[in-house]
Design a protein around this ligand. Structure first.
Ligand SMILES: Cc1ncc(COP(=O)(O)O)c(C=O)c1O
Length: 415
């Protein structure tokens, strides 16, 4: 098997090969990658999300202490004492699980309290919390579009948004290109159905920010609603960490604010914040909410505590931004292609799947944990390594990563 030229796209189930055979072929590919130490997914952590992570090395069977640059736990709230204490208290009071779906007995006073907090934080009338960000996007979008609605998506939106649009009429506009958005909406001007423009606030593989003020103006001019996915923006951008609407000065103008509780919020779950009417509608029509057990009490309580920390402990966000500036200037000095990165996510664009795997392997050997982002996740010419920073990284961690990145990139003729 010429595994070096193969990638996940080659094993996608197109229905031509029986799944048992396809899975066996895929296993062979996985093992070939393993043998060359080129498999860099699903590394197992013995310590959770910490800037210095204890990782099981699948090749040696030994534990490695690695600098972790693959977390979305931007403020490291996963380990914040206030989140942990709130989670413990909720476990004691409500037990380990909600016991039922929200509509049929699973809604607690705790869930209502935290949903109100999310709504206030996002400047919306009301909110609801799902068990995952993937489920909140896919379930809410399908419900909002219904049978005839049209989704107008930025080309780089997250997979959960694409899945929400399955079976729906969907148009794409060029990434963050306002001319392309307006052109797309103009062509739909005569269609008297729900039109929903959906963007990410901060793009997960590129770290750039949606031009949300312009997007709101253009969409509303053509009678479309705007939905923004705040997964990588909440807690990171905006003067108070309230995300893209705050950063772009359009709080209260975005029709649907979606997000996840698994990144800077440091827990798990997803939310939709919007008008009272839209939220009430979603209680009954977003299938991933209606037909799925309510979030655990521990998660809800920790999410509530996280919002308080984001509001009351700005020093964490300031430290994150110090790190962002330091890392950016290091990458600039090195001359790497980091696209239009503006936030805590830094793509190091290499443009070659095989090289990305080799660079990640060599960085792993130097105890630096980064994720490869290969085709088909991004176009081949944009294959990359993705660094993400946390507030709790120290300058020495960043410098160690920068120095070693430079060394391995030179070794592989990428600089
Ligand atoms: C932009 C974006 N939206 C949504 C999600 C899904 O969130 P969750 O991990 O809470 O399911 C992710 C997570 O990877 C994401 O990056």
């Amino acid at each position: 098997m010429d595994f070096k030229n193969l990638c996940l796209a080659d094993f996608q189930n197109k229905g031509e090969v029986n799944i048992t055979e396809l899975a066996a072929d895929f296993m062979q590919f996985r093992q070939a990658l393993n043998a060359e130490r080129l498999h860099n997914y699903r590394r197992i952590s013995n310590s959770g999300s910490t800037p210095v992570m204890r990782v099981q090395d699948e090749h040696t069977g030994q534990e490695r202490e690695m600098l972790y640059f693959a977390s979305n736990d931007y403020l490291q709230l996963t380990h914040h004492p206030k989140l942990i204490a709130a989670g413990h208290a909720a476990l004691d009071k409500y037990g380990a699980g909600a016991g039922s779906v929200p509509l049929l007995g699973g809604t607690t006073d705790l869930q209502i309290e935290v949903e109100k907090k999310v709504a206030k934080f996002k400047g919306c009338e009301d909110a609801l919390i799902f068990t995952s960000g993937f489920g909140s996007n896919s379930g809410a979008i399908a419900a909002l579009l219904g049978e005839k609605g049209i989704a107008i998506l930025d080309l780089l939106v997250h997979a959960s948004i694409i899945d929400g649009c399955a079976g729906k009429e969907t148009k794409f506009f060029k990434h963050n290109d306002m001319g392309s958005l307006e052109f797309t909406l103009k062509k739909l001007a005569d269609r008297k159905v729900t039109k929903l423009v959906i963007v990410d606030g901060v793009y997960s593989m590129d770290g750039d920010i949606a031009k949300l003020d312009q997007i709101c103006d253009i969409a509303h001019k053509y009678g479309a609603l705007v939905m923004v996915d705040e997964a990588h923006a909440t807690g990171v951008i905006g003067a108070h960490g309230r995300g893209t609407p705050e950063h772009c000065g359009v709080e209260g103008k975005v029709d649907i604010v979606a997000g996840t509780c698994s990144k800077a919020i440091g827990v798990v779950g997803g939310f939709i914040a919007s008008s009272k009417n839209i939220i009430e509608y979603l209680h009954y029509f977003a299938r991933s909410y209606m037909f799925s057990t309510a979030p655990t009490p521990q998660a809800l309580a920790s999410i509530g505590a996280a919002l308080d920390v984001i509001e009351n402990e700005p020093a964490l966000r300031e430290k994150l931004w110090d790190n962002i500036r330091h890392f950016r200037s290091g990458l600039e000095a090195m001359g790497v292609d980091m696209g239009n990165a503006e936030t805590a996510i830094f793509p190091v664009i290499v443009g070659d799947n095989a090289k990305v795997r080799e660079l990640c392997r060599d960085l792993h050997e130097r105890n630096i944990y980064v994720n490869p982002v290969e085709y088909p996740a991004v176009p081949r010419r944009l294959a990359r390594i993705r660094f993400s920073l946390m507030a709790t990284h120290e300058k020495e961690h960043l410098d160690y990563a920068l120095n070693n990145l430079e060394a391995v990139m030179r070794k592989h003729n990428c600089l």
